[in-house]
Design a protein around this ligand. Structure first.
Ligand code: SF4
Length: 305
């Protein structure tokens, strides 16, 4: 493990012995929370692009998207090893034949060493698990689940559309076929206390292989932006966010890979908190705090009696 936490870079280095980049692509799917099946407004924070603004255009073929995304980052690496990442919307929300086609297309190129799929835990039927398990035998598959919080009141407020036991079941199913699980958690959700946020991190840490800790972003043209404008809640300060991240890292078991410690949203649509637009500064600040507090993942100091 690195100095403070088990980072994604370190995990990739151990697993592939290479520098790996993820290529964000789109399978052109929607989401049951948007197409009227569960709701038509989406999660309260979700942008028009289905939380995947950096993915290539779905009008291109999978291989064209991969080539285009690769061209953007290839000058940064000589290793020529990438993970195909189906990012926007719900990437298991389609007919099994279509999923079969696009997943196999995505793992076809030699430069692709693994497949990553962002989805909802309520969109993982048995046939999809079987398909993912088959692909996992060819190239490693990981599934990213957008849980955000374990708390019922918040999950209802954000209109997530499924309950915690659905996440638990999805984890069980994925684990039973050896697929890596990455869970997305949002820090700073409206009306959550620090204690609630840390409860989510602890709960997820006991179940997941990897975690993405993301700061709540208020983005333009979302219902959350309207709620924020009406003054119902405030966003976190950088100091408070860093404090919660430090405490989260202490709480996480040492074998859980920390994929992210902040968000990476589209700056053009960011309303708040504006400090988060300077990602370098945020990461520096958090790293300094981790140093200052001498924090090591999984080594929560006992409170003296
Ligand atoms: S499940 Fe994902 S894509 Fe669907 S509305 Fe929520 S955040 Fe957006």
């Amino acid at each position: 493990m690195g100095k403070h936490y088990y980072s994604l870079n370190e995990y990739y280095k151990q697993k592939y012995n290479k520098k790996i980049y993820k290529l964000a692509i789109s399978g052109g799917m929607t989401c049951p929370n948007r197409d009227g099946t569960l709701g038509d407004k989406g999660c309260i924070f979700c942008s028009k692009g289905g939380s995947g603004e950096f993915a290539a255009s779905a009008s291109l073929s999978i291989i064209e998207q991969l080539e285009q995304a690769k061209n953007r980052v290839k000058s940064k690496t000589k290793d020529n090893a990438y993970i195909a990442y189906f990012q926007p919307f719900t990437n298991t929300y389609a007919e099994i034949n279509y999923l079969n086609k696009i997943y196999y297309e995505a793992i076809e190129p030699d430069f692709i060493v693994g497949l990553s799929i962002a989805t909802r835990p309520d969109c993982l039927e048995e046939d999809i698990i079987t398909l993912l398990s088959e692909i996992n035998k060819i190239k490693p598959v990981s599934v990213e689940l957008g849980l955000q919080t374990i708390h019922k009141s918040t999950s209802e407020y954000i209109r997530r559309g499924y309950s915690l036991n659905i996440y638990d079941e999805a984890v069980k199913k994925l684990r039973s076929v050896g697929i890596d699980i990455v869970t997305h958690v949002i820090i700073g959700l409206p009306f959550e206390t620090e204690e609630m946020m840390l409860e989510t991190v602890k709960y997820v840490g006991e179940r997941t292989d990897g975690i993405k800790l993301q700061l709540l972003h208020i983005l333009k043209d979302t219902d959350l932006a309207k709620e924020y404008a009406s003054g119902k809640f405030e966003t976190l300060t950088l100091e408070k966010y860093a404090d919660i991240i430090c405490k989260s890292i202490e709480l996480l078991p040492e074998n859980v890979v920390v994929h992210r410690i902040t968000g990476d949203g589209d700056k053009r649509s960011l309303i708040a908190p504006l400090w988060s637009a300077d990602k370098k500064r945020v990461l520096n600040y958090i790293n300094k705090e981790l140093d200052r507090r001498n924090i090591v993942q999984g080594k929560k100091k006992k409170t003296p009696k």
